[in-house]
Design a protein around this ligand. Structure first.
Ligand code: NDP
Ligand SMILES: O=C1O[C@H](COP(=O)(O)O)[C@@H](O)[C@H](O)[C@H]1O
Length: 491
């Protein structure tokens, strides 16, 4: 894992002119070039449907890089060096014959081939089979596929089966880009490099956990995709459950991919089902109406571009999740995520239990539990809220909550925080699967999500409305206050 030497590889990028490739993948590859992490001789074949000359595609990519990388980090010389690696092949992915040209591009190279499928999941099996038939892949080929893997457990199994017919699990790199975020990886460091926390990380010492992943954006022109998915499939099935797993899992024996993934799977298996009678107290789904975010008026979900006015898709979900195991018995995880909330903010709050015997001012008793606030984005860092004595002769033993603060941008001043896709592409190049999701993780997550969606469907209730710019439906506040708690707000 500490090997930071670039290894030579070839990358075939399917869906190279799509949104993800343009906004995230090419900029990430450009950043790897800029950091000298693309080995000499590494090549990229952009594969997409339009019949275009390679030079025209490279010009288009240069423009797109300029736009998405931003002026402070765009260097024309680096972009030229990067684009010199890029070839283009027009292809309808269903055209088996067309793969001969991919085989020709690959030649007899023996260094690893990475196949990145930035395409609809229905294409994964098709591309895999045609690549194999054309003799493009071997047992060392690495295949990167995007989330969501399916729409439910059955469809995710079908996609995984189609991939499994061609590739071994050890070749598959299923992306959950949250796992590539530096601060998310820091959860692993925080928990397993600091024994201080290890001994406290259980139901003896923690009362509850909050996970908030708030977005101020709406659906960004992705109605067609989003309305089929909704926030629970788009965000909870993958990103939020992955965060929950990293917080809740037992210490892995080592940092190998399977050790980590085995522990995450145990958490997913232990998620307590939400039965129909517990839906009201444990689940809230919402949909935004028009409102104002940071002084700017924004439309409601049903007024977004391309909207179907009758849609009952949720753009917000709050859940009280319980984990049926020794470590977490009686410790609820309150999780919430939504679009068009007041700000972009992802944070995890660990609420510790108060000391067993309290000896200070009874009026201050409510202050007496420590909190660890882990800020994933923005302003990445951590803050441990502890109680200190107010200073001064006249203050007696009055307490004040104060933070022990760690802000990564200050601590690692010279280091830029790489985008998640840079980290993930880099790990694929090294052949390291530890930040990628194994088949059983995806499927256990779907199994749990499916039952929630099934109960929603059976109940047939529309989502609760919330104005854009608010923190979600009022019912999501009730979900936590009912237990005598509240969503964390930084004082
Ligand atoms: N965009 C994002 O931010 C995110 C995307 N993802 C996932 O990444 C994947 C790609 O998403 P995104 O880039 O947004 O989607 P796009 O639709 O923008 O890109 C997909 C590309 O695949 C091409 N394609 C589809 N079928 C064929 C075919 N038979 N032959 C040739 N080309 C084909 C499309 O070409 P054409 O338009 O000509 O059909 C399109 O350019 C999806 O699985 C998505 O769920 C995951 C997380 C975030
Ligand atoms: O996967 C997705 O994630 C983004 C949010 O990612 P972030 O890195 O900006 O926090 C979300 O907007 C999108 O709907 C979803 O598909």
């Amino acid at each position: 894992m500490s090997d930071n030497h670039p290894t030579r590889c070839d990358l075939m990028l399917f869906g190279a002119l799509g949104d993800l490739a343009q906004r995230k993948l090419f900029p990430a590859l450009y950043q790897l070039e800029r950091a000298n992490l693309l080995a000499p001789g590494s090549r990229i074949l952009a594969v997409a449907r339009p019949a275009q000359e390679p030079d025209a595609v490279r010009r288009q990519l240069q423009e797109s890089l300029r736009r998405h990388v931003g002026p402070a980090e765009f260097d024309a010389a680096v972009a030229d060096a990067f684009l010199a690696r890029v070839a283009y092949q027009s292809l309808d992915f269903r055209d088996a014959e067309g793969y001969a040209s991919l085989r020709e591009w690959r030649g007899d190279e023996s260094h690893p081939l990475i196949v990145y499928m930035a395409t609809p999941p229905s294409m994964y099996g098709v591309i895999g089979r045609h690549l194999k038939q054309a003799g493009c892949c071997d047992p060392h080929t690495r295949v990167v596929v995007e989330k969501p893997i399916g729409h439910d457990l059955a469809s995710s199994r079908a996609i995984n089966d189609a991939l499994g017919e061609v590739f071994d699990e050890s070749q598959l790199f299923r992306i959950d880009h949250y796992l590539g975020k530096e601060t998310v990886q820091n959860l692993i460091a925080l928990r397993f490099a600091n024994n201080l926390f290890a001994s406290q990380w259980n139901q003896d010492h923690i009362s509850h956990v909050e996970i908030t992943v708030a977005e101020s954006v709406g659906i960004e022109g992705r109605w067609g995709y989003f309305d089929q998915a909704g926030q629970i499939r788009d965000m909870v099935q993958n990103h939020l459950l992955q965060l929950l797993c990293l917080i809740a899992m037992d210490p892995p024996a080592d940092l190998s991919a399977d050790s980590l993934r085995d522990e995450k799977v145990k958490v997913l298996k232990a998620l307590k089902p939400i039965t129909p009678d517990r839906m009201e107290s444990h689940v809230v789904r919402g949909q935004y109406t028009a409102g104002t975010i940071q002084g700017r008026p924004v439309p409601g979900y049903l007024e977004e571009e391309g909207a179907n006015r009758g849609s009952g898709t949720e753009t917000f979900v709050a859940l009280k999740v319980e984990i049926d195991n020794w470590r977490w018995s009686g410790v609820p995880f309150y999780i919430r995520t939504g679009k068009r909330l007041p700000e972009k903010l992802s944070q995890i709050i660990i609420h510790f239990k108060p000391a067993p015997h309290y000896i200070f001012d009874p009026d201050q008793r409510h202050l007496a539990n420590n909190k660890l606030v882990i800020r994933l984005q923005p302003d990445e860092g951590m803050s441990l809220k502890i109680l200190v004595k107010e200073q001064g002769l006249d203050k007696g033993m009055r307490l004040r909550p104060r933070p022990l603060e760690l802000t990564f941008s200050e601590t690692f001043e010279a280091e830029r925080i790489p985008d998640a896709y840079e980290r993930l592409l880099w790990e694929v190049m090294k052949g390291n699967q530890y930040l990628f999701v194994r088949r059983d993780e995806v499927e256990y997550a779907w199994r749990w999500i499916d039952q929630v969606i099934r109960h929603w469907r059976d109940a047939g209730e529309p989502p609760k409305r919330y104005p854009a710019g608010s923190w979600g439906p009022v019912a999501s506040i009730a979900l936590i206050t009912r237990d005598g708690r509240s969503w964390y707000e930084d004082a």
